[in-house]
Ligand binder design. Structure first.
Ligand SMILES: Nc1ncnc2c1ncn2[C@@H]1O[C@H](COP(=O)(O)OP(=O)(O)OP(=O)(O)O)[C@@H](O)[C@H]1O
Ligand SMILES: [Mg+2]
Length: 387
C-alpha cells in the first residue's frame, strides 16, 4: 500500500475538483473526480440498494457546487427533487456556498406543488415519428393514417397543436375521414388522457430548458403512472436536445433508472424509438456537448450500443458474478480485478474509473448536503415494539 500522503498528493495533483467522499481503504484521503471527465458518457451501475441514487445525488451536488455544467435530470422516483436546498445540520459556510451555486436549480413534477412547476410536453415536440409510435401507427400497415398524421402535424399552424385538445379539435373539424380515424385512435388508446400534455398557455420542459437555461433542471416523472408518459417526456427532451445540438451548449443529461426509458429489450415502437434516440446521442452527442450519465442496476438492462460509448464507470455493489464479467468485458479500460471487487462492496462503496478518474479509485460516498427525496420504506417493522 502506498502511504496515504502520497496517494492524496497524486489524486490532488490532477484537476480533480469534485470531492465525492473518501477512499475506502484510506478514510483520511478525499476521493476526487475530474469534472472535465464528464465530457464523456458515464455509466453508474450497482444492484438495488447499493447506494446508486444516494451517490448520484452526492455527485450532482458536487457538479452544482464546483462546476458550471448545466444538468438535466430525468428522475423517475422523485429522488432528486431537493437538489436546490441543503439539509439541516450542514456546516453553515458550506450551506451558504451551496445556496449560492444552487440558486437556479429548478424542479418540474408530474404533480405540481410548492416550488415544483408542472412537468409537461406538447404533442408536436415529440416529432412525427414518435407521435405516430405513441399512437401505435405503423408506416406501412397503417399507411393512410400515418400519412395523414404526418401531414396534419407538418401543415398545422403551430397554435393548432399547442395542446392535445387542440390536436383533437383539428382532427375532428378537418372533415377528413382519416383524421377522424386518428381521433378515434387517440381516444381509444387513452392518449388524450395522459397527464403530461401541456395547456396552450403553460410551459413545457423543453421550453423551460431552452428559454430559461437553468443551472439544473430536475424532471420528477414519479407522478406519471404510465411508462409511456415517462418515455414521451424523455422523447420530447431528446428531440429538443438533438434539434438544438448545433448551439453546442454543453450539458449533462442524467437518467436514473435509465432502463425505464432506454431498455435493452424495447417492447413497442415507442420504446424502440427512445432507444434509437439514446443510441444516437450516445454515439454522436459528445461532439455537440450532450453528455449522458446513466444509472441502472445491471449492465444487460441497457442497450449495448449505449453502454459501449461510456468512458466512465461508477460501479457500486454487484452480487452477480455474471454481471461483473459482463462489465469487465464491456469496460476494457478498468482492471478486471477491480471490477471483481464490486462483489464485496458495502453500502455506498464504489469503484470510480475512466476519464473522471484516470487512477481508478475505491471510494466511499460522503454525507449528502441536500435531503434525499423519494425515501426508502422504513424498516422499523423489523423490531417488535419499535415505533
Ligand atoms: N453513502 C451512504 N450513506 C448513508 N446511507 C446511504 C448511502 N448510500 C445509500 N444509503 C441509503 O441506503 C438506501 C439505498 O440506497 P439507494 O436508494 O441510493 O440505492 P439504489 O442503488 O439507488 O437502489 P435502487 O436500484 O433500488 O434504486 C437508502 O435508504 C439510502 O438512504
Ligand atoms: Mg435508486
Amino acid at each position: 500500500m502506498a502511504p496515504d500522503q502520497l496517494v492524496a498528493e497524486r489524486l490532488a495533483r490532477r484537476a480533480a475538483t469534485l470531492e465525492l467522499g473518501t477512499l475506502r481503504d484510506a478514510p483520511e484521503v478525499v476521493a476526487r473526480l475530474e469534472a472535465k471527465g464528464f465530457n464523456r458518457h458515464t455509466f453508474m451501475c450497482g444492484q438495488s440498494g447499493s447506494g446508486k441514487t444516494y451517490s448520484l445525488g452526492r455527485l450532482l451536488e458536487e457538479l452544482v457546487l464546483r462546476t458550471r455544467l448545466p444538468l438535466l435530470v430525468l428522475d423517475p422516483n422523485g429522488d432528486h427533487v431537493h437538489l436546490g436546498r441543503t439539509r439541516a445540520g450542514v456546516d453553515q459556510a458550506v450551506a451558504a456556498a451551496y445556496a449560492e451555486a444552487a440558486g437556479d436549480v429548478r424542479v418540474l413534477g408530474a404533480e405540481p406543488r410548492d416550488a415544483v412547476a408542472p412537468l409537461r410536453i406538447r404533442f408536436r415536440e415529440l416529432g412525427a415519428t414518435a407521435a405516430a409510435a405513441l399512437l401505435q401507427l405503423d408506416p406501412i400497415a397503417d399507411r393512410a393514417e400515418y400519412n395523414a398524421l404526418l401531414h396534419a402535424l407538418r401543415s398545422a399552424p403551430a397554435e393548432g397543436v399547442e395542446s392535445m385538445d387542440a390536436a383533437i379539435e383539428l382532427f375532428r373539424h378537418s372533415g377528413d375521414e382519416v383524421l377522424g380515424l386518428i381521433k378515434m385512435r387517440v381516444e381509444n388508446l387513452g392518449v388524450d388522457r395522459m397527464a403530461a400534455w401541456a395547456k396552450p398557455s403553460g410551459s413545457t420542459i423543453a421550453e423551460v430548458w431552452a428559454r430559461d437555461e437553468p443551472r439544473a433542471l430536475v424532471a420528477d416523472t414519479s407522478g406519471f403512472e404510465e411508462r409511456r408518459e415517462r418515455i414521451a417526456v424523455a422523447m420530447a427532451v431528446l428531440e429538443q436536445l438533438w434539434a438544438s445540438r448545433k448551439r453546442r451548449r454543453p450539458l449533462l443529461l442524467v437518467v436514473d433508472e435509465a432502463h425505464d426509458v432506454c431498455p435493452a429489450d424495447p417492447a413497442d415502437p415507442l420504446e424502440r424509438l427512445a432507444v434509437d434516440r439514446f443510441t444516437r446521442i450516445a454515439g454522436e452527442g459528445r461532439k455537440y456537448g450532450i453528455h449522458l450519465l446513466l444509472a441502472s442496476q445491471r449492465p444487460d438492462k441497457l442497450p449495448e450500443n449505449v453502454l459501449s460509448q461510456c468512458d466512465n464507470l461508477l460501479l457500486m455493489r454487484v452480487n452477480s458474478a455474471g454481471d461483473r464479467a459482463a462489465l469487465a468485458s464491456m469496460f476494457g479500460f478498468v482492471p478486471p480485478e477491480l471490477i471483481e471487487l464490486a462483489g464485496t462492496f458495502g453500502l455506498g462503496e464504489s469503484l470510480l474509473a475512466g476519464k473522471v478518474s484516470p487512477d481508478p479509485q475505491l471510494a466511499r460516498t460522503g454525507a449528502r448536503l441536500t435531503p434525499e427525496g423519494g425515501a426508502d420504506v422504513p424498516t422499523d417493522w423489523a423490531i417488535v415494539g419499535e415505533r
